[in-house]
Design a protein around this ligand. Structure first.
Ligand code: SF4
Length: 395
């Protein structure tokens, strides 16, 4: 078992942004910066409360992730207060992976210096596109030059582990402009890339425009579904050609640079989430997996401490998660490990679905492991749905 099994990951959401991107469906917004101090105080209160919970929680932390939102907007003293509090309540491993998400052009020198003082060793840039027209149309505030300059600054101060996010399907994107974004990314020297396909739902302004009509956010300039699928396939090929091997549906890394923290989610290892809309996966005193989340509304979060109801997963739900989270990883799911964890009888129940999906060309078997095929990765949501059924126990 790797170190993810007996250590904890901590995720802290920081929901403050300088502008709201048109495609964004996260619980983030342009809130007054005067809320930041109050917000960090609340997160610190939660950290202290969590350390005393009656749940099984490793004290050793080997990954910390500040996401958002735009955590790089926090003033240095608040960043330091957050990290000091984590270190007061938990033991942070010397080798811990500590990531902060940054928006290009929104990483001040003093914030970067504070991050280094706090032990941050990985920076994730929400680039989304290296084409200025696409970035601007999506509400991003950076240009390609600014994004590349930020990557260079971070490399220069000694942070080697850098991620850049790209989105396939932004308004105005074409096959040629996508190839250009990919080329700029591989030449920037980052060791990790996340490539997402645009999500269309009514939680973002652009998504609503796609569903309801209009052109204010350039919905008519979104590439077709087929074009977006081709962009994804191209990303897998081009990134691999340049040493960024795919290790998960949306994630690519040079040897050894896969994100430890993100792997927790897919391997169902424990993590504590703090802040607006942060989710946690821990274990009860008797070892059952427990999931819960904080409110996704900033005002409510500031007003009152608390999380939603803790939900203990049934064995059936655990098995479903083992499939639909594990299959996201290119290594897939080991049948032997599944049988060890759940017992022959329970794991046996999945065999029929697996057989059908192999027949449909969506899964394949390699040794004792079941993996998504490349077609299965394109249709992953359909595959995951096949493993889902209802039935939850509330405690
Ligand atoms: S995409 Fe990122 S930077 Fe843009 S609004 Fe959403 S959280 Fe903020």
């Amino acid at each position: 078992m790797n170190s993810l099994g007996n250590a904890l990951g901590i995720y802290i959401s920081v929901p403050f942004c300088r502008s709201k991107c048109t495609y964004c469906n996260f619980a983030s917004g342009v809130f007054p910066s005067s809320y930041m101090g109050q917000y960090v105080d609340r997160v610190i209160e939660d950290l202290r409360a969590a350390a005393a919970w009656d749940l099984t929680m490793p004290r050793l932390v080997d990954s910390i992730y500040l996401g958002g939102g735009t955590p790089s907007l926090l003033p240095p003293e608040l960043l330091k207060a957050l990290f000091s509090s984590i270190r007061e309540q938990f033991q942070v491993s010397d080798a811990a992976e500590i990531t902060v998400e940054c928006a290009p052009g929104q990483l001040a020198d003093d914030a970067l210096a504070a991050m280094l003082d706090c032990g941050v060793n990985r920076i994730s840039f929400g680039v989304q596109s290296f084409i200025d027209q696409e970035a601007k149309a999506s509400g991003r505030l950076h240009t390609r030059a600014i994004a590349l300059e930020d990557i260079r600054r971070v490399q220069q101060v000694g942070v080697q582990r850098i991620n850049a996010d790209l989105i396939a399907g932004l308004p105005h994107q074409t096959a040629a402009s996508w190839s250009e974004s990919l080329a700029v990314l591989v030449n920037s020297g980052v060791d990790h890339a996340s490539v997402y396909m645009l999500e269309v739902d009514d939680d973002s302004r652009l998504g609503r425009e796609v569903l309801n009509g209009g052109a204010r956010y350039f919905a008519p300039a979104i590439p077709s579904d087929d074009a977006i699928a081709d962009m994804y396939v191209e990303a897998v090929d081009v990134l691999a050609q340049h040493g960024l091997e795919q290790y998960e549906i949306s994630n690519f890394a040079r040897g050894g640079a896969a994100s430890l923290h993100n792997k927790r989610y897919w391997l169902r290892k424990p993590y504590l989430g703090l802040g607006v809309d942060a989710h946690s996966m821990l274990h009860s005193a008797t070892g059952e997996p427990v999931r819960f989340a904080a409110t996704d509304d900033l005002e409510s979060y500031l007003a009152a401490p608390g999380w939603d109801e803790r939900r203990i997963l049934s064995l059936q739900e655990e098995l479903e998660e083992a499939w639909f989270l594990g299959l996201r990883l290119c290594d897939g799911v080991s049948l032997r490990e599944l049988e060890c964890e759940f017992g022959m009888d329970v794991a046996e129940g999945s065999r029929l679905i697996v057989k059908e999906l192999i027949g449909d060309g969506l899964l394949e078997m390699r040794g004792d492991r079941i993996l998504l095929t490349s077609r299965g990765r394109m249709l992953s949501n359909n595959v995951f749905e096949r493993f889902l059924s209802l039935g939850e126990v509330v405690v």
